[in-house]
Design a protein around this ligand. Structure first.
Ligand SMILES: Nc1ncnc2c1ncn2[C@@H]1O[C@H](COP(=O)(O)OP(=O)(O)OP(=O)(O)O)[C@@H](O)[C@H]1O
Ligand SMILES: [Mg+2]
Length: 489
């Protein structure tokens, strides 16, 4: 690298220093390769009055120069570049000034130079990890005042700074790319703590959870009772950058609207009778963290409107106050209802549905992933047996596998707890597995009467909610409606 030291520092003018300063400063404010190269091209075209500025990538393997970025070509569609000058830069690894090319002794007169009538060229190398990465190239056929030795020296001086910036950016990108790949591998190979499952549907779920956790997007968790919605909400928070901030779950179902309102939004002293002090609402308390709204389908209409506003504006107003407070809260909502159906029936705001359902995570019912039952059984046995080494017989396991689990994982968890109590010694056998027949009292009537009884009981259980009752009975809403009518309900 013979020429590096040939800069005549005493010839650097204040104007040169200004340019160096500006260029260097410009480089520190950009983050990617293309921006850096564009900035250099634009600034130097301006500075030198060049007509064309280009970045020429050097493909070392093929020993070829590939124009990648061309600026200010002024209407000419594809300028031809002088290979001679590229070679010269490659060889000297220093800025090259070629001035009145035809007369310049340094160059063999090449055909491309003659045909393009290049009058003045300035080029300098970008060196990355000791190798020529590419060439910054400026050429001017008309305005060549600033294409002089001083400019060449200036570029000689600037080239290592530009190279270093580029090297830094390329290295950073390489690391980022590697991170993305590693993250992807981790996502697909790792499970989620406390969430058990190895079936493909669960593996896909784990990947989705990890991906979603890195974002701030609102998530809607759907799935039957006991499928693990609470568990997933918590996992998303724990895997997110918000993990050290609060996670609060608020149950929406069956809570009177006014109480829920003050719970979520807080209030000012005197806002209503009983508001004896100021109170912070959950949105504020959880600031920076995650708020989990469980059974979101039960949200009363007036609160649906308020929640929509929170999601849109990221601000809240306490009851009885005018002050608008900015909040930063990630919302995860869960429901075992068909929200789309509720939207259709006008029970749930459509705009709110879309705001909440930015990402939908659906939890499969246990009957659709029965292969996971042995794994879950093992997990619950270990967790609940307080150190006892308990095993389960093949017949008992078969019984579990053949059941259809209307209550999903929660039901399995309960049945294992029961089995641990019932089991003699450290072996769980078929009789220790008491499926929910156990909950059905002895019945003396006919099958028809039993069915009717069950319908009445379920409707009561679900507070008259026919959709949910029908679902839990495994029959269509229509059938249930018909039956209910027959029974005079
Ligand atoms: N994949 C799983 N691995 C381990 N435990 C699970 C899994 N899924 C659910 N559970 C357990 O089952 C029980 C019910 O789960 P969870 O409360 O998350 O369900 P849910 O979908 O929120 O139910 P609901 O709709 O009734 O609120 C919990 O004790 C939970 O720990
Ligand atoms: Mg739940």
């Amino acid at each position: 690298m013979k020429k590096v030291m040939e800069i005549a520092y005493d010839q650097l003018t204040p104007e040169n220093l200004r340019v160096i300063h500006e260029l260097t400063h410009a480089l520190t404010t950009v983050g990617d390769e293309e921006n850096v190269l564009n900035k250099i091209l634009d600034r130097l075209i301006q500075e030198t009055g060049a007509e064309i500025g280009a970045f020429i990538y050097y493909d070392a393997q093929r020993d070829a120069f590939v124009p990648r970025m061309i600026r200010g070509a002024g209407g000419e569609d594809s300028p031809r570049f002088s290979q001679t000058i590229f070679r010269k830069v490659l060889e000297t690894r220093d800025a090259v000034l070629s001035f009145d090319v035809l007369a310049e002794q340094d160059f063999q007169v090449s055909q491309s130079i003659i045909t393009n009538e290049i009058h003045a060229v300035l080029a300098f190398p970008l060196i990355v990890e000791g190798r020529l990465y590419g060439i910054m190239y400026f050429d001017s056929r008309h305005n060549r005042q600033k294409f002089n030795e001083a400019a060449r020296q200036l570029l000689s001086f600037f080239a290592p700074i530009a190279s270093l910036t580029l090297e830094h950016i390329l290295k950073k990108r390489e690391v980022e790319n590697k991170n993305v790949i590693l993250q992807k591998q981790v996502d697909s190979s790792l499970g989620i703590p406390n969430i058990i499952g190895e079936t493909p549907v669960m593996k896909r779920l784990f990947q989705l959870i990890r991906k979603v956790a890195r974002t701030d997007a609102s998530v809607l968790l759907t799935g039957e009772n006991g499928t693990g919605k609470d568990l997933v909400a918590r996992a998303i928070h724990d895997l997110s950058p918000r993990k050290n901030k609060p996670f609060i779950a608020q149950y929406i179902g069956n809570i009177p609207s006014t109480i829920l309102d003050s719970e979520l939004f807080g209030y000012k002293k005197g806002a209503f009778t009983g508001a004896t002090t100021d109170r912070v609402g959950l949105f504020e308390a959880v600031n920076g963290g995650t708020l989990f709204l469980d059974e979101i389908s039960e949200l009363p209409p007036e609160l649906q409107t308020k929640l929509l506003r929170v999601l849109q504006n990221k601000e809240i107003i306490r009851l009885g106050e005018n002050l608008v407070r900015k909040i930063d809260v990630r919302i995860i909502a869960a429901t075992n209802q068909n929200l789309v159906e509720l939207v259709k029936n006008g029970k749930f705001r459509e705009d709110l549905y879309y705001r909440l359902n930015v990402i939908n995570i659906h939890l499969p019912p246990l009957r659709d992933r029965k292969e996971d039952i042995p794994l879950l059984v093992d997990y619950f046995l270990k967790r609940e047996s307080e150190g006892r080494e308990v095993t389960i017989t093949k017949a008992a396991m078969r019984k579990l596998m053949n059941y259809n689990w209307p209550g999903n994982v929660r039901q399995l968890e309960n049945i294992i707890r029961r089995a641990l109590i019932l089991a003699e010694g450290d072996v769980i056998d078929v009789d220790d597995i008491q499926l929910d027949e156990m909950d059905v009292p002895k019945f003396e009537g006919t099958l028809e009467e039993f069915k009717n009884q069950l319908i009445i009981q379920r409707l009561k259980e679900f507070n008259g909610n026919k959709t949910r009752a029908a679902k839990s009975l495994g029959i269509s809403l229509r059938t249930l409606q018909q039956k209910a009518k027959e029974l005079g309900l």
